[in-house]
Design a protein around this ligand. Structure first.
Ligand code: ACO
Ligand code: ZN
Length: 281
């Protein structure tokens, strides 16, 4: 037998339609009862309002005037834009975003108290508007030096390098703040895989291009990664050695070769020169 809380946390949504995509939720999300358990939940891709049937959704679409997330565009290059949204000012949008992202996150509980967070929405622009790809949230003040609370790439855009773009953006903000940062713990399995891959790529890139000695603190200064995350990534690359009483970083041939293969592929990258943002004082 299941307890009420277990029943309440069972997956409650069938199909979500957002923009031109239909996706299947992975986990429970606390949408109001009259919206869950419908064959399809329709979500407006611009304001993230949700509807239990196509008629209501269609009516909304004729009235909705938004063509991008309701915040400041703080980055634009090629077809990619980032919008910054204050949870206190755009409560409905941010709550709707949390409901949507809970469908793909099993271990987070943020739905209603969005005030303490800023939300950074990654979008792709075409003639119809700026379409949401993913986002991350960030506490306005983090006692633990977290630079990211929650990260999501919508399933229809996963494994295309957008997670990297979101992670890079979070570290560009930390660099602009002159701080180091780290994602909030615990990480999901996919979060850990993606962060590990990202930290390793960035560190190998710095190390391969570096002549001479470099310390973990210097690496931290260059990347805005915490020394802990750097050690984690280097350990994972099997790049930490102990020689003659000293710790050294050694990149194996295998690591360098896979780095070179990675470099040959085209990767989406944030151009820090296009970031129009400075930390609030
Ligand atoms: N299997 C294996 N490796 C993976 C996978 C996967 N399913 N997903 C990502 N990776 C690794 C790979 O090394 C990948 O590089 P590659 O594709 O060149 O091999 C690398 O991570 C980066 O992949 P991206 O395409 O840039 O990442 P994506 O856009 O798919 O986003 C994310 C990653 C955000 C974690 C996504 O999987 C997601 O939204 N998951 C659901 C929500 C979630 O778990 N978020 C993290 C919670 S923890 C937190 O919020 C602090
Ligand atoms: Zn709308």
């Amino acid at each position: 037998t299941q307890s009420t809380s277990e029943v309440a946390r069972m997956k409650n949504l069938n199909i979500i339609e957002i923009g031109q995509f239909q996706v299947e939720p992975w986990y429970f999300s606390p949408y109001p009862l009259e919206y869950a358990y419908t064959p399809t939940l329709y979500i407006c891709e611009f304001c993230l309002c949700f509807y239990a049937n196509r008629t209501q959704y269609g009516r909304h679409r004729t009235k909705c005037t938004l063509q991008h997330p309701p915040g400041n565009e703080i980055y634009r290059k090629d077809e990619i834009s980032f919008f910054e949204i204050d949870g206190r000012r755009q409560k409905t949008y941010c709550r709707n975003l949390c409901l949507l992202s809970k469908c793909f996150l099993d271990h987070k509980t943020l739905y209603y108290d969005v005030d303490p967070f800023l939300f950074y929405i990654l979008t792709k622009r075409d003639e119809r508007g700026c379409h949401i790809i993913g986002y991350f949230s960030k506490e306005k003040e983090s006692a633990d030096n977290y630079n990211l609370a929650c990260i999501l790439t919508l399933p229809q855009y996963q494994r295309m390098g957008f997670g990297r773009v979101l992670m890079q953006f979070s570290y560009e903000l930390s660099k602009a703040e002159g701080k180091v940062g780290s994602p909030e713990k615990p990480l999901s399995d996919l979060g850990l895989l993606s962060y590990r891959a990202y930290w390793s790529e960035v560190l190998v890139d710095v190390l391969v291009g570096y002549d001479g000695e470099i310390s973990i603190d210097e690496l931290s200064h260059i990347t805005s990664f915490t020394t802990q995350d750097i050690m984690h990534a280097l350990f994972n690359l099997d790049a930490l050695r102990y020689y003659h009483g000293q710790h050294c970083i050694v990149l194996s041939e295998r690591v360098v070769e896979s780095y070179e293969r990675f470099q040959k592929k085209k990767h989406r990258k944030i151009d820090a020169a296009c970031l129009k943002w400075s930390p609030k004082v």
